[in-house]
Design a binder for this molecule. Structure first.
Ligand SMILES: Nc1ncnc2c1ncn2[C@@H]1O[C@H](COP(=O)(O)OP(=O)(O)O)[C@@H](O)[C@H]1O
Ligand SMILES: [Mg+2]
Length: 367
């Protein structure tokens, strides 16, 4: 008997929707199929507009985007079902992360918002949909992020090998999987993943991202610039911590000092090094005994970034592919897993990771 769940993920990179169909039967976690549906440039621009701290958009624009994304998430599910020739009745539940438009865990009134109306997903697909995972953790005084560490532990932990899993999306997050049976699990956002690199190349080149890090690799890392950037307090802040694009933006980059002295590709190289350095520092501080670093998320495809990370690490740095999961599939699979947790009335957050008072059952259920 199969036990199918669908995970929907669309991260801060705004590249598009990842949809993973996962079978959890017989105690295994097995990807059955996966699709990716890119966002149009027009939609990306609307989401970007709405995500700005001081947007000119109205509440109605927000509502329209919530509804539009709900329909797009539902369409992704239907496309995945069509591809696999499965009826909706074969799926136990959908776990939909939603599109983050605001993440402000340290606000006086902490707040995080992921949109893409789950009522619509449930109605269009006929499948129970679980969404709004982060706010229950935040209600329990957590950061609401990261939520993937429990899944990372379920699939990548090893009794003899200390591992770290680093997901390099728009923001990068790390999960430390120690072999110490009593060690509590550590996980947090290390800082920018691809977001600064994406925004910088979009300003200077006619492309969305730096394919394989080619543009950055033709630049020179500027130690003076790098030093300025890595001095930011976020990198020194003790875990638990989480961050977002609201903080690590081009405005942040420009606040660190003038950039006119450097060629744009030198800045890009330095931003790539910033991501690599913040990850390696996180490993040094929180996982000095790490024996394997596994990378997932879109950053795993950036050859230059991977080279820079490898240069700093004293252990093998591998794609999660080495352990059977394609780096692009991990996060969507994690939300299928989180949906299953909630569906079975099991907790999904890890309080030591998010800083919550307790482990809680995450999300709202739209039957
Ligand atoms: N071939 C590639 N070379 C360099 N960077 C890439 C490549 N493929 C994907 N990326 C990066 O990964 C990002 C998407 O990663 P993803 O894991 O989907 O992030 P998110 O979870 O924020 O959506 C892209 O915006 C891009 O920066
Ligand atoms: Mg993505």
């Amino acid at each position: 008997m199969s036990e199918y769940y669908i995970g929907l993920m669309s991260g801060t990179s705004l590249d598009g929707i990842d949809a993973a169909l996962v079978d959890f039967s017989h105690g295994h976690i097995r990807l059955i199929d996966f699709i990716y549906q890119p966002f149009s440039a027009e939609l990306k621009a609307v989401i970007q507009q709405l995500s700005k701290p001081k947007t000119t958009l109205t509440l109605l624009d927000y509502g329209a985007l919530d509804s539009r994304l709900g329909h797009l998430f539902a369409a992704a599910v239907l496309a995945l079902l069509a591809k696999t020739e499965l009826p909706s009745s074969a799926i136990c539940a959908i776990g939909s992360h939603g599109q983050t438009v605001c993440h402000a865990p340290d606000n006086p009134w902490p707040f995080t918002l992921q949109i893409g109306d789950p009522n619509i997903i449930a109605e269009v697909t006929g499948i129970t949909t679980i969404a709004d995972f982060r706010r229950r953790d935040m209600a329990a005084n957590g950061q609401g992020a990261p939520l993937v560490p429990a899944f990372h532990r379920a699939v990548f932990s090893h009794p003899q090998i200390s591992r770290c899993i680093v997901n390099i999306g728009g923001i990068a997050n790390i999960t430390v999987l120690s072999t110490e049976p009593k060690a509590s699990i550590i996980g947090f956002d290390t800082g920018p993943g691809n977001t600064l690199m994406d925004q910088w190349i979009q300003r200077h080149q006619p492309c969305d991202y730096d394919v394989n890090g080619r543009w950055a690799s033709g630049g020179t890392i500027k130690p003076e610039l790098l030093q300025r950037l890595i001095q930011d307090d976020y990198f020194k802040l003790a875990a638990p911590k989480s961050t977002g694009k609201e903080y690590f933006s081009l405005a942040w980059l420009e606040q660190q000092g003038s950039l006119v002295d450097w060629r744009p590709k030198d800045v890009q190289a330095s931003l790539c090094e910033l991501t690599a350095l913040s990850i390696s520092q996180a490993v040094q501080v929180y996982a000095p005994a790490c024996k394997e670093l596994l990378i997932c998320g879109g950053g795993a495809h950036n050859d230059f970034l991977m080279t820079l990370i490898r240069q700093k690490m004293h252990c093998p740095v591998l794609s999660t592919h080495a352990y059977g999961i394609h780096p692009d599939h991990v996060e969507a699979m994690a939300f299928a897993w989180l949906a299953r947790q909630t569906h079975n009335k099991l907790t999904g957050n890890l309080k030591e990771v998010t800083g919550a008072n307790q482990d809680v059952i995450l999300g709202g259920v739209y039957v």
